[in-house]
Design a protein around this ligand. Structure first.
Ligand SMILES: C[S@@+](CC[C@H](N)C(=O)[O-])C[C@H]1O[C@@H](n2cnc3c(N)ncnc32)[C@H](O)[C@@H]1O
Length: 369
């Protein structure tokens, strides 16, 4: 290992590591120790947008940019555990090129989905279109295993508001959902007239049929699982109880700013930490990374970010009690990543936390101190 251990911070014997260096070099050096062990890799590489940011340059040009990211991707995929997933942030400019390259390197059959993230909520009037979203490509070592193991999203307040109990059902709150389905694959026993308890007759809407056959429907009505509205005259609907739904929500492929934050909010957050410093230009919101990590890992699992930037992935992993490895080649490791992480660790250690793996080792290619 040609990296020099500079310092440790937080509790002793931590497994978390921050490396300062080029990610291809670092990944080659750590490969033997971590092959097949990383459960979530999130990367947010430069987007090849020809910008000179304060803390790094994004002006390699398309060919070199793609070659560099491809090299990093091929190494990253080797690190994934059996349930592991790889999440790649990118914008509209390079999404399609990167997708084709990643499919070649990783395998098309390892592709899971593209997530659309609403990264700004204000209108950009200087361009032909206001660019309000970015993408996250998701790949998995074994997509079936990933689907089995991935976590659902916690049910939120808005979701809970949909459940009420207008008939004081002792089984608790419920919401009503449609009882008719598209008739495309229907069998004849799904077409019949439902007679409500008050005698009113209901036929399925045109092009649709009932979800159950008549015998099952009668049983559901008897068991008070069908709702005919407050006055008994409404279109029949099925009662879906909160207790059936509480396990969590399947993640959707559109992630709105009000749930996972915007780039602007992420910048403001950094500004509030580093008041007298030039703010890092392209941070991701902690809420966005939290969602990725919560879907793909459990406590104690290993997370890696090979383009650490301002340290968001390391900070969120630390807060969520995941083990982490962060790689960043810029000098801002010293004045942004480490102080931000130290602050997070100080907060965790001063609070009433049961988290045991609080801290990190810092390894650097520089041997000048
Ligand atoms: C878009 S930023 C990442 C921002 C990060 N997600 C955050 O929340 O702050 C990209 C980062 O990758 C770093 N980077 C670019 N190429 C790299 C390489 N080959 N090895 C390590 N870091 C690299 C840049 O210095 C920059 O800090």
């Amino acid at each position: 290992m040609k990296y020099f251990k500079k310092l440790s911070y937080g509790l002793e014997n931590t497994e978390n590591k921050i490396f300062k260096g080029d990610n291809v070099e670092v990944l080659n050096d750590i490969m033997d120790n971590y092959r097949g062990m990383v459960d979530c890799i999130y990367i947010d590489p430069p987007y090849n947008n020809d910008e000179e940011y304060i803390h790094y340059s994004d002006s390699d040009g398309f060919e070199i940019w793609l070659e560099k990211v491809s090299k990093t991707l091929s190494l990253l995929f080797e690190l994934l555990s059996d349930k592991g997933s790889l999440w790649i942030s990118i914008d509209d400019g390079q999404l399609h090129y990167l997708k084709v390259a990643a499919d070649k390197i990783i395998g098309r059959h390892n592709f899971v989905h593209t997530i659309v993230w609403e990264h700004r909520t204000t209108r950009e009037n200087r361009k032909a279109f206001s660019n309000n979203h970015e993408y996250i490509l998701v790949y998995a070592k074994n997509p079936c295993e990933f689907k089995e193991q991935r976590n659902l999203l916690a049910t939120d307040k808005e979701f809970l508001k949909r459940f009420k109990n207008p008939d004081n059902d002792p089984r608790g709150d419920w919401q009503s959902i449609s009882l008719s389905v598209q008739a495309g694959h229907a069998v004849p026993s799904q077409f019949y007239t439902i007679v409500a308890p008050n005698g009113k007759e209901h036929n399925p809407p045109i092009g649709r049929c009932w979800a159950y056959n008549e015998q099952r429907m009668l049983e559901e009505i008897k068991n008070n699982n069908i709702w005919f509205g407050k006055n008994g005259n409404g279109v029949p609907r099925r009662k879906k109880f909160l207790s059936e739904s509480i396990q969590g929500l399947t993640p959707e492929t559109i992630w709105f700013a009000e749930e996972v934050g915007t780039t602007d909010q992420a910048k403001k957050h950094l500004k509030s930490i580093f008041e007298n410093q030039e703010v890092f230009d392209t941070p991701k919101p902690e809420a966005l990374i939290k969602r990725i990590i919560e879907i793909s890992t459990n406590e104690g699992d290993m997370v890696l970010d090979a383009y650490l930037g301002s340290g968001t992935t390391a900070v969120v992993s630390q807060q969520l009690n995941r083990r982490y490895i962060g790689i960043e080649r810029g000098q801002h490791v010293y004045d942004i990543v480490l102080p931000r992480l130290d602050r997070c660790i100080d907060n965790l250690l001063s609070g009433d936390t049961a988290i045991d793996n609080v801290g990190y080792e810092f390894w650097s290619e520089d041997n000048n101190e």
